[in-house]
Design a protein around this ligand. Sequence first.
Ligand code: SF4
Length: 329
Amino acid sequence: MSALLEVRNLKVHFPLKHGMFSRVRETVKAVDGVSLHLAPGETLGLVGESGCGKTTLGRAIVRLVEPTAGDILLEGDDLLKMSGATLRARRRTFQMIFQDPYGSLNPRMTVEQIIGEALDIHHLVDSAAARRKRVFELLADVGLESAYAQRYPHEFSGGQRQRIGIARALAVEPKLIVCDEPVSALDVSVQAQIINLLADLQQEHGIAYLFIAHDLAVVEHISRRVMVMYLGRVVELAEAKEIIRTPLHPYTQALISAVPEVDPATQRQRIVLPGDVPSPIHPPAGCPFHPRCPIAEARCRTEVPPWREISKDHWTACHLAGAPAAARA
Ligand code: SF4
């Protein structure tokens, strides 16, 4: 199947200036050469610790932050070569749902105004009556009563606010939604409801999701494939079940060991990584994971591990992945 979204070697580097008039001395490499593809109607999960660059990657894909280099192809067209009216028109195709639904909803607007604004911007309705009817339909799609249309965001619970954010994203009939930690601020019971809602909407409308989360258990439920990021780079990619059962990269193994309920049959001993994630201003040479890796060897400190397919559709960047256990001793 041809890709809906193809990202090639994307970099997002932020210059750091010291003092008002000084030159750029350092660079934060938030995203450092990420490639991915997403088929129509597919969900790709994107996981990693806070600060690994996953949110910046999501924001760059929807053009909320400017990439430094790379390509973002949506249905074959390069979003980075678009600007002005062309980009605004194309924004209808891709939307974003945010972690903090309250912060992303204008507190001075009613729900009808919030959702209706998206319809107006893209000229999707031609009268006030049609606008109201469409808002009611969208509220029903996300499980909210039409009576809620005249209320303000502060009158809703966190789960209801996330439903409003989803209705706003759906209003423009997107083909891709970047979901940035959409359930991490919600209670566990509400998390399941929102994930089920997103899955139902995907079935109904054929929307593709890039689903960003720090919790592998959440991502596994909704994703066909899962991609793991560390320090601005992708370290592993495989089908969701495969990556949970047979993680190849030591970082993924540590993430999975911290979530025993993911698959009790394959429950492993908890792997506690030493130290913190290094600064993306001065990432370590060689494999960026080597200062924390329990099986690092000499070459890991100098040689960047290549991105390799170890078994069918299971990719990772680790010198020792696929090597016999004896070779790791
Ligand atoms: Fe660990 Fe070396 Fe593999 Fe990096 S390349 S994950 S340091 S074994």
